[in-house]
Ligand binder design. Sequence first.
Ligand code: NAD
Length: 452
Amino acid sequence: MPDAPSTDFYAAFVKSGPGSFLASRLGLPQPPVLRRYQAGKPALGGPVLLGGKGRLVEPVRELLADYDLVVNNGGARGAEKLGGAVFDATGITSIDELVGLFEFFGPQMRSLGNSARLVVLGTTPELIEDLDEHIVQRALEGFTRSVAKELRDGATAQLVYVHPGAATGASGLASTLRFLLSGKSAYVDAQVIRVTDKDATAPADWDKPLAGKVALVTGAARGIGATIAEVLSRDGAHVIAADIPAAGEALSEVANKVGGTALPLDVTSADAGKKIAELVKSRHSGLDIIVNNAGITRDKLLANMDEGRWNSVMAVNLKAPKQLVDDLLAEDALNEGGAVVDVSSIAGIAGNRGQTNYGATKAGVIGLVDAYTPVLAKKNITINAVAPGFIETAMTAAIPLATRQAGRLMNSLQQGGQTVDVAETIAYFAAPASAAVTGNVVRVCGQSLLGA
Ligand code: NAD
């Protein structure tokens, strides 16, 4: 997938010969080149070290049988750099045992390759009855977020909390591990993902996890939405690309490129849900995936905000994502086993000056995920959200240079993300193999300092 056109002249400069020399002399940040997913290429740049003594280490060894695994041997092989390290911390039940993190990861810190992946596996703290175990499992979060800040060369660290009742095979964990242990999670850093006790079926082909599925992507004519359409289609889905009628030709181009269907549609119109339902019922056997990506900004300081700006942002960013799901459920057009993925923003987590309207809607999207998780679970439908940070799009290219450069550098990976990074995270949530992943908000922000 080609990267979005970047206006990051700084990154280009420090990668050049004289630029790199100057940057290292002056102690300026030198953003690493992130390893991203390419079909047919190994998921990681080296072997994965697997360790720990919990209930998950054996199932994980089986789930990752096609990875180059090094199990509990205390280090990488010879001079080979590690592609990843997974530590099963579910066996840690006392404060003293937390030393296991230090003992496992400490010696590996200098043997990590470019874009290496550290993954800590724990037990969902709020579901643990034992007081000590609850405390130490919660402690894993501080470890993971801190070690992520010490990593270099595009390496990342994540924490996955697995339900204490997850079946022995932990099949629900497979899609999350494969997402995290690959270039698909290039710009996802220091995140916490919760996996339920549901079992999940692995796809026939992990390179086509959405085979046979029908997906609706709103706001698909350009930017992040266009890339979501491409990635979902690459993964095997038939994509219905929706955008406002004025998007016209751009929308048709996206739909043609992905062999999908163009649907000119204003998501705020009263009959939007009905139109989608009619389409998916007449041409397909219902809808499996909804990606509520369409979003707008109408920035003004609150003192200067007018009702029009306030209301239009509410309508597109928050009312429509809720209404579409309600209408498609009412029309019985959303299939069992399906997935809803919403697009929030770090502005909804950290807040942003001049964006009281936008920030409210993007926090509302997180509320939507929380509120609808149990409702949709009754129909075996998952709901999750991504919260992008600074992503290289036409929207962020319009930000004044100094602010833009600060936005890019204020994260552990020292660069902006690509639209593909958001799209890969959405594809991970959308897959049937992620049936055990619901109610999550994952930031795609390179561990941005904002709202951290
Ligand atoms: P964009 O403006 O490039 O694209 C948004 C698309 O949504 C456009 O094609 C637009 O026509 C469409 N749209 C707007 N109103 C619509 C409506 N009523 N009905 C149907 N389509 C409509 O924006 P983007 O940067 O690609 O952002 C996509 C999503 O990601 C948005 O929800 C945005 O809030 C979110 N986001 C973006 C960033 C970033 O850095 N770019 C960061 C955080 C969150």
